[in-house]
Write a protein that binds this ligand. Structure first.
Ligand code: DX5
Ligand code: ZN
Length: 247
C-alpha cells in the first residue's frame, strides 16, 4: 500500500487568465504540488490553449514543478520550445507520435521527465514497449480538449490495470517524479512510474481514482477551480476527500 498522499497538479487552463500570477500565488499558498499546463494545437484536440510562452511566463515566477500536457500532433516538432521554456515534466500522447521511444528519449535528453498519456479509448497495452522510458503514465478520464467535461467511467479500471502493470514489473508508483528519486540517466530503462489522472477529478470521483492507484490528480474546474469556492477551499476539499482513502 502506498503511504504518500496523492499529489495535486493544478490545471492553469482553468485559472483566471487575467490574473494568472494571483492564482499561482494562491495555489502555492494552498500547497499544491505541481502546476499543469494544457497545451492544445487545434488538431490533436478541437480546441486551442496555452503554449511555450505560458510555461516560460510561469517559470519566471514559480519554483513549483511544471507539468506540461502536450495535446499536440507530432509533439516532437515542439519539444525544443517546451524544454527551453522550463518544463519539468513533458507528457505526450501515444496517439500523437509515430516514434514513441525516440520522442520520449528526446525529452529525457533535453532534461525533462518523459510521460505518456492515453486517451479514454486507448488500451493500456499501447505503452508496453515504451514503459521503460517514462516517469509517469497519464490516464485521461475524459476525451482531452476541454475543461468541465463528465467522467468516462470505463476509464477507471484502466487506472487499476496500470498499477498492476507497474507492480508486475516489480516496482512501485510512489513519488517517482518527486525529490526522493533522481531522473534516470539517459538510455537507462526505468520500472517505476507515477500514475496521473486527468479529467473531471472532482471531490466525488477523486477517492475512487486514488483507490484504483492514481498518485497524481489533475485539478481543474472540478475541484481547485470549482465555481463558488476559493482556490484555498478547493485544495482543502480535494485533500480532505482523498486523505483517508486506502490504496
Ligand atoms: C482536459 C484537460 C484537463 C482539464 C481538467 O482536456 O487536460 O487538464 O483542465 O479539468 P476539469 O476538472 O475541468 O475536468
Ligand atoms: Zn491536462
Amino acid at each position: 500500500m502506498d503511504t504518500q498522499p496523492p499529489k495535486i497538479s493544478a490545471s492553469l487552463m482553468c485559472a483566471d487568465l487575467c490574473n494568472v500570477e494571483r492564482d499561482v500565488r494562491a495555489l502555492e499558498q494552498a500547497g499544491v504540488d505541481w502546476l499543469h499546463f494544457d497545451i492544445m494545437d487545434g488538431r490533436f484536440v478541437p480546441n486551442i490553449a496555452l503554449g511555450p510562452d505560458s510555461v516560460r511566463a510561469v517559470r519566471a515566477i514559480s519554483d513549483l514543478p511544471l507539468d506540461v500536457h502536450l495535446m499536440v500532433e507530432e509533439p516532437e516538432r515542439y519539444l525544443p520550445q517546451f524544454l527551453d521554456a522550463g518544463s519539468d515534466i513533458l507528457a505526450i500522447h501515444v496517439e500523437a507520435t509515430r516514434h514513441l521511444r525516440r520522442t520520449l528519449q528526446l525529452i529525457r535528453e533535453g532534461g525533462a521527465r518523459p510521460a505518456l498519456c492515453l486517451n479514454p479509448a486507448t488500451p493500456l497495452d499501447a505503452i508496453e514497449y515504451a514503459a521503460g522510458l517514462i516517469d509517469m503514465l497519464v490516464i485521461m478520464t475524459v476525451d482531452p480538449g476541454f475543461a468541465g467535461q463528465k467522467l468516462i467511467r470505463s476509464t477507471l479500471p484502466k487506472i487499476a490495470a496500470a498499477r498492476e502493470f507497474v507492480r508486475s514489473r516489480g516496482a512501485s508508483t510512489t513519488d517517482v517524479v518527486g525529490a526522493t528519486r533522481r531522473a534516470a540517466p539517459t538510455g537507462a530503462e526505468t520500472t517505476e512510474m507515477e500514475i496521473q489522472v486527468d479529467g473531471n477529478v472532482s471531490f466525488e470521483h477523486a477517492p475512487e481514482m486514488v483507490a484504483q492507484g492514481a498518485t497524481v490528480l489533475v485539478a481543474g474546474s472540478s475541484s481547485v477551480f470549482r465555481e463558488g469556492l476559493s482556490i484555498e477551499e478547493g485544495v482543502e476539499r480535494l485533500r480532505a476527500a482523498v486523505a483517508t482513502q486506502e490504496r
